[in-house]
Design a protein around this ligand. Structure first.
Ligand SMILES: Nc1nc2c(c(=O)[nH]1)N[C@H]1C(S)=C(S)[C@@H](COP(=O)(O)O)O[C@H]1N2
Ligand SMILES: [Mo]
Length: 308
């Protein structure tokens, strides 16, 4: 059965069961704060601002246009400001995600069906790129755990491997020879089952735009942004820690775990501070991006300098 084109799927088709806002960030407060912002996304490089204050300023939603105009998405371009235009025409419906590997119930899901099969929630979370900029995004989506429950990982499964779209005809960044496509990512199974790990199908009350990884992407807010793989077409349960795109490209710079950690510097820059899009000055980066209370237990007994 042919699916309706993307333009005919209205946000009203999404069923929002629960809203989860960052502590201190209410929708009304965010709206007020937005009007006061003078965004200049990415205008500053790490280290070129005065030191931030120790008490972090409150989190406010990143203005929607900033979040949609400044994107990391190497399938399209390494130029963050060029991604929106280049990705605009990507066909995101119909779109199938195959889920397989070490599972009892392998299945191919139409994203359109996922929208109603799993209750869609709003999750307002920080997004911290390993390069030192950050945002606060109101995602729509559902916990990855719900999907894993359906496919039932077998006892041998220890990790989840994600694979993104390969489509050089529509993704100009895939025509060069610099990178090995597809973009892949991975999580340990217990990380993948954590309630904060979601599959996002929307943001800012709309279906996910192509430049943000539409129609479906991973969001793992306590890890550096590159773990949150966009345009997912395959999810496999596997026994061993999978190879991941950035780890394979530069293993000494990008680890598998990549938990946000202000105490472990990137070999070429400090991770102590970040530039929040739309804000003046820098702010201190928080351990696990501010989610330590929720996720630190997953790494008990691990040396996070070794497993970076
Ligand atoms: N498929 C794919 N997913 C990706 C990337 C990419 O290049 N390709 N970039 C990652 C990086 S480095 C970051 S910081 C985030 C950026 O997400 P945003 O553009 O929505 O802010 O997406 C991640 N997911
Ligand atoms: Mo990133």
């Amino acid at each position: 059965m042919p699916s309706p084109p993307r333009s005919e799927i209205t946000p009203e088709a999404l069923v929002f069961s629960r809203r989860r806002f960052l502590a201190g960030l209410g929708a009304a407060a965010a709206g007020v704060a937005l009007a006061a912002c003078a965004p200049s996304p990415g205008a500053s490089a790490p280290g070129d601002e005065a030191l931030p204050t120790r008490t972090p300023p409150p989190d406010v939603l990143t203005p929607e246009d900033d979040a949609n105009a400044y994107n990391n998405y190497y399938e399209f371009s390494t130029n963050k400001s060029a991604v929106r235009g280049l990705a605009a025409d990507l066909e995101t419906a119909p779109w199938t995600v195959e889920v397989g590997g070490l599972v009892r119930n392998p299945s191919a899901y139409l994203v359109e069906d996922l929208l109603t099969r799993f209750a869609q929630e709003e999750r307002v979370e920080r997004m911290r790129c390993v390069e030192g900029y950050s945002m606060v995004i109101p995602w729509l989506g559902f916990p990855l755990a719900r999907l894993l429950e359906e496919v039932e990982p077998t006892e041998e499964a220890g990790y989840v491997r994600f694979e993104a779209l390969v489509d050089p005809e529509h993704m100009p960044g895939q025509r060069g020879r610099t990178f090995d496509w597809p973009y892949t990512e991975g999580l340990r199974l217990d990380e993948a089952r954590h309630d904060l790990a979601i599959l996002a199908t929307g943001a800012y009350d709309q279906l996910l735009t192509p430049q943000k990884g539409g129609p479906i992407r991973l969001v793992v807010p306590w890890k550096y942004g590159f773990k949150s793989i966009k345009a997912i077409v395959r999810i496999d349960l596997v026994a061993e820690q999978p190879t991941t795109f950035w780890n394979a490209y530069a293993p000494n710079e990008y680890g598998f775990y990549s938990n946000v950690n202000p105490e472990v510097d990137h070999p070429r820059w400090s991770q102590a501070t970040e530039q929040r899009l739309g804000e003046r000055g820098r702010r201190y980066t928080l351990p696990f991006n501010g989610y330590a209370e929720e996720v630190a237990h997953l790494y008990e007994g691990m040396d996070l300098r070794e497993f970076y």
